[in-house]
Design a protein around this ligand. Sequence first.
Ligand SMILES: Cc1ncc(COP(=O)(O)O)c(C=O)c1O
Length: 363
Amino acid sequence: MTDLSATTHADALAGLDTPAVVIDAAKVEANLRRAQAYADRHGLRLRPHIKTHKMPHLALRQVELGAAGITCQKLGEAEVMADAGLADIFLPYNIVGAAKLARLAALKRRIAISVTADNAVVVEGYAAAFADADAPLTVLVECDTGMGRCGVTTPEAALALARTIAAAPGLRFGGLMTFPATHRAVEARDFLERSIARLAAAGLPPAVVSSGGTPDLYAAGDDAGLVTEYRPGTYVFSDRFQVAKGVGGYDDCALGVLATVVSRPTDSRAVIDAGSKALTSDLLGLDGYGYLPAYPEARIASLSEEHGVIDFSASPRRPAIGERLFVIPNHVCPVVNLFDTVHFLHAGGSIEERRVAARGRVG
Ligand SMILES: Cc1ncc(COP(=O)(O)O)c(C=O)c1O
């Protein structure tokens, strides 16, 4: 999303009240095509993570462009996507508890769905809920290859859990899944290589080795042959964090939060009508709460719920009260989850309002 004053569609945007999420439809399409072409070139199956956009029409477009299916983080997202016709969903999450297992079973009756486990308790839950050997539930083993979140922490543990899955009549061992730490692909590769060797020696070669993450998307080809599928999410819109990690530039950022300057308490300070309930408080290690394309030297210094406080001391220009500006968020995924609807700006200047159908579906 560019500087508002530089857009040729300022008139169309003038009708939008703020704060509002505005998405450049052409940039989205370019981002999707670039990633799919890269995956195709390297023989990787793309399985985009829809937690970033939470909108079925974009998931359908990802599949239309060649994605092998989609990834959802939560059952609620998968239910929304299944309702919209998405028929192949990977849920890389430990599904725990009777209520969730019942929802998983209901989904499995409708679509192709696979899940992960990183411990025997979760596998026991799957085995109790899915006992039909003729229609087994596919379970991948999640591996912690450096992220320090979920995942078995050694290749030996990966093999042990794969054996537990394979021994359950209603389960099928589907392979390995990891969400590697940003720019630590070498560690991930080492863990996966050692795990695959052990699995192969035990007669359990993994059919799928699934990795993901936008920061390393355009290096994923280096692991083709080891990794079979890749799950980027943020690439659809990109954000300030991705730019900081070297994934394209601000020109590739398709989503901006349109905000209005509501106060200029001092010469160097401005306040916009977008605070943490529009931009989130995520810093992701960055300085400030977003990037202002129209004022690159300005710094979003602090947020309260409904106020964004911007320090313009380093900026040669300063905005007037009433001026509207775009903020490129630090982390776009939770921003989308905060809005009921978003506005797609199409080439030619038309604006299309779309519901974020899976927003709030966090369970
Ligand atoms: C399991 C998993 N896979 C893939 C992704 C996509 O990562 P990114 O948004 O960096 O593309 C995420 C992001 O949180 C994730 O948790």
